[in-house]
Design a protein around this ligand. Structure first.
Ligand code: NDP
Ligand code: 1BO
Ligand code: 1BO
Length: 316
């Protein structure tokens, strides 16, 4: 695949969504950010220059993210320059639960609107569902009804953009049939996920790459190809992976709880990965998902999803 540069696009530190809103290319991820979250968010914004933060109700840290955001705003960063994303968890994938759940998220984040609200996974879980789910804990999900409520949040000014995560082409096509507001899409690049990426490009749907470093389970910073390119370019492996995602045309949300890495991970502008190295990164082997969803949604005996492959519509 050609890099954005090779395709004649100018390097940019932001992307413009279909809605016309601007999303900074690099955001701070906060999954498993732990007790340091408020400090990390504040440092990222006030010291490292981040203007984009990705969180979720399910991460259990929205209050901490809110404290970090508040501290950054008290230090002089205007809300309008920040891009804050959160996500609707699987137990709340019920139309009537959408508005109260969003309001709770806003309260915890101490915000009066979100820049992006995402459906976290396209599977509904019963309240208190186990990991892995027991029989009857993965329920039918009214995708159209939930999306209509998400659209209403946009109309009410509580959310600027709405989107989905962990969708397949099959599910995206179904959503597009009833959507009045098209989604922004978040997905996984440690596994390149070309099929959904290409489908999104055709539909003009912006994609954010999550787990850009391969998450903690499959950290790609020690991959020999990445290390070699990093040495050659005099950059860190993390910077190379983050830049690769941006050059590919996605925004990207690396997580770190370490101040030094938070700062390092946004130093990805004003240089580029040459075409041959970009291609070498594209052909790294072991191309598989870190997050299969299996622990959350598969019950091998009772279903309704009996394998990870079924979750992903056998798409890949
Ligand atoms: P990442 O790919 O961002 O990797 C995070 C891991 O890499 C941590 O162990 C971190 O350790 C380490 N790390 C950070 N910077 C560097 C660096 N420069 N060099 C080497 N290692 C580094 O994984 P995540 O899974 O956290 O994904 C990023 C974010 O994406 C999440 O935090 C979340 O916000 C979002 N996400 C969304 C999902 C969805 O379903 N919508 C699913 C998964 C993620 P340390 O903290 O010690 O620096
Ligand atoms: C269980 C949540 C995965 C990271 O978003
Ligand atoms: C803890 C979440 C894992 C999803 O596969």
């Amino acid at each position: 695949m050609a890099s954005a540069k090779a395709m004649g696009q100018v390097e940019q530190d932001h992307f413009v969504l279909k809605s016309g809103h601007t999303m900074p290319a690099v955001g701070l991820g906060t999954w498993r950010a732990g007790s340091d979250t408020a400090h990390s968010v504040q440092t990222a914004i006030t010291e490292a220059g981040y203007r984009h933060v990705d969180t979720a109700a399910q991460y259990g840290i929205e209050k901490d993210v809110g404290q970090g955001l508040k501290a950054a705003m008290e230090a002089g960063i205007n809300r309008k320059y920040l891009f804050v994303t959160s996500k609707l968890w699987c137990t709340n994938l019920v139309p009537e639960r959408v508005p109260p759940t969003l309001k709770n998220t806003l309260k915890d984040l101490q915000l009066d609107y979100l820049d992006l609200y995402l459906i976290h996974w396209p599977f509904r879980l019963k309240d208190g569902a186990h990991m892995p789910p027991e029989a009857g804990e993965v329920l039918e999900f009214d995708m159209e009804g939930v999306w209509r409520e998400m659209e209403n949040l946009v109309k009410d000014g509580l959310v600027k953009n709405i989107g989905v995560c962990n969708y397949t082409v099959t599910k995206l096509n179904r959503l597009m049939q009833s959507a009045n507001i098209p989604p922004a899409m978040e997905m996984h690049p440690g596994w390149k996920n070309d099929k959904i990426f290409e489908a999104c490009k055709k539909l003009g749907i912006h994609v954010t790459a999550y787990s850009p470093l391969g998450s903690s389970e499959k950290n790609l910073a020690h991959d020999p190809v990445v290390e070699k390119i990093a040495n050659k370019l005099n950059k860190s492996p993390g910077q190379v992976l983050i830049k690769w995602a941006i050059q590919r045309g996605t925004s990207v949300i690396p997580k770190s709880s370490k101040d030094e890495r938070i700062k390092e991970n946004i130093q990805v502008f004003g240089w580029e990965i040459p075409e041959e190295d970009f291609k070498a990164l594209c052909s790294i082997k072991d191309d598989k998902r870190v997050l299969t969803g299996e622990e959350l949604f598969v019950n091998k005996t009772h279903g309704p999803y009996k394998s990870a492959s079924e979750l992903w519509d056998h798409d890949n």
